[in-house]
Structures are given as structure tokens and as C-alpha cells.
Design a protein around this ligand. Structure first.
Ligand code: CDP
Length: 226
């Protein structure tokens, strides 16, 4: 068995359960979980808070030099995203950030900035990263690549439930519209569009429970040396 472990890439559409899977799998395998979407969300939150014009290349370049993102485990075991030392977990999951994150994620300077950090974080292997370009751009040689999909209506229902549980007031129609828009922007952007890597295993989890999904992918991961 490879003592170093492998890199597991989980890509797919918005709200199709990538982070649920990645978190559970990380726990089951003793791996590190890296939520790359949270990194794009943290940059977007920073730009919104600073009222930055992200169409201006110079402003973006300058802003990126003052952004530091890291993940810290809280007492309850959950992983929170920190921006310049501040816990921004609850701010980055709002609809306001969800509505701007895909446009921000089209900016090549932002992608280069974050991809470099993701590659450094994954260097030590035994790592699961979820996102849109992990199997294609960030770790094209990942030991296991999963491409998750689920029925769009089911995805909207799942995300609505999550947001309501967090106390946000939002409707199913708003959530569905945001997911459709993000999927469109993410799949059609020029730099690192959301694509299924040729060697990815596609899993449609519309009718799979999180437990069934986990069992299936854990077996796959172990077969690949995890
Ligand atoms: O959890 P959800 O599916 O809502 O999205 P996320 O993983 O938090 O990602 C938020 C957004 O960040 C995506 O819609 C993409 O625009 C962008 N993203 C990206 O471009 N590349 C990644 N590797 C991860 C996220």
C-alpha cells in the first residue's frame, strides 16, 4: 500500500453534494479535506466587502496581495474558512456571495492565485479536494477523480434545505436560478471551465443516500491506494 496516500479530486455542478461526500470521505480515510469553492467564495466576499471593481485588472492584482485564506478546525469538529485571520464561514455561504462568485471565478488572476495554493496544500497527498477544475487543472494526475452529478431540481431542494437550516431567508426559485446561472458561467468560462476529466468516474447521486455514495466511493478510493 502506498503510505503517502493519493489525491482524490471531486468535481461537479453546483450543490450536487461534493462537499458532503468529500467531508465524509476525508473522515473515513483520515485524509485532509480542501474546499476549493470556499476559497473562491472568500475572495468574492473580500471583493464585495471592499466594493472592489473586479473588472479592473490592477485593482484585482493589488487586492490579491492582501488576501490570506486558511482553514481551521473548530471545537465542534467542523472546518471553517478564515480570511486574513477572521472566521468568514457564515458570510461566504450567503446568496449575496453565491450571486457573485461565478463571475469572480472567471478571472484568471484569481484562479492562478488560488490554484497555486491548492497545489501547495495537496502536495503532501492524502488529500481530497472538491471543486470544478480539480481533476482537469489543479491535479490532472490525481489518483482518483470523481465527477458528481444530480438532477437539478433535487440539487436546488438540497441547497434550499441547507440554507434554511442556517437561518437564511431564501426561496426555492431563487436557489434554483442561482444554481442554473452558476453552472452556465462555470461551464462556459474561458479559463478552466467545469469539465469532466476523461479519466473521471461519473456518479449520479440523485437517488443515492450520502451513506450509499460514501460506501461506493470509499471502496473505489481504497482500490486506488488510499
Ligand atoms: O457548494 P457549491 O456547489 O454551491 O459551490 P462551491 O463549491 O462553494 O463553489 C462556488 C463557486 O466557486 C462555483 O460556482 C465556481 O464559480 C467557483 N469554483 C471554481 O471556479 N473552481 C473551483 N475549483 C471551485 C469553485
Amino acid at each position: 500500500m502506498n503510505k503517502e496516500g493519493i489525491i482524490i479530486a471531486v468535481d461537479g455542478f453546483s450543490a450536487c453534494g461534493k462537499s458532503t461526500l468529500a467531508k465524509q470521505l476525508a473522515l473515513a480515510l483520515g485524509y485532509t479535506y480542501i474546499d476549493t469553492g470556499a476559497m473562491y467564495r472568500a475572495v468574492t466576499y473580500f471583493f464585495l466587502r471592499e466594493q472592489l471593481d473586479w473588472n479592473d485588472e490592477k485593482s484585482v492584482q493589488e487586492a490579491l496581495t492582501s488576501i490570506q485564506i486558511d482553514f481551521r478546525r473548530e471545537e465542534d469538529g467542523s472546518l471553517h474558512t478564515y480570511l486574513n485571520g477572521e472566521d468568514v464561514e457564515k458570510y461566504i455561504r450567503t446568496m449575496e456571495v453565491s450571486e457573485s462568485v461565478s463571475p469572480v471565478a472567471t478571472i484568471s488572476a484569481v484562479r492562478r492565485f488560488l490554484v497555486k495554493q491548492q497545489q501547495a496544500l495537496g502536495e503532501k497527498k492524502s488529500c481530497i479536494l472538491d471543486g470544478r477544475d480539480i481533476g482537469t487543472i489543479v491535479f490532472p494526475k490525481a489518483g482518483l477523480k470523481i465527477f458528481l452529478t444530480a438532477d437539478p431540481e433535487e440539487r436546488a431542494r438540497r441547497r434550499l434545505k441547507e440554507l434554511l437550516e442556517k437561518g437564511q431567508s431564501v426561496s426555492l426559485a431563487e436557489v434554483a436560478k442561482n444554481l442554473t446561472e452558476r453552472d452556465h458561467i462555470d461551464s462556459t468560462r474561458e479559463d478552466s471551465p467545469l469539465r469532466q476529466a476523461e479519466d473521471a468516474v461519473i456518479i449520479d447521486n440523485t437517488v443515492l443516500s450520502p451513506e450509499e455514495q460514501l460506501a461506493m466511493i470509499k471502496t473505489l478510493a481504497e482500490m486506488r491506494g488510499a
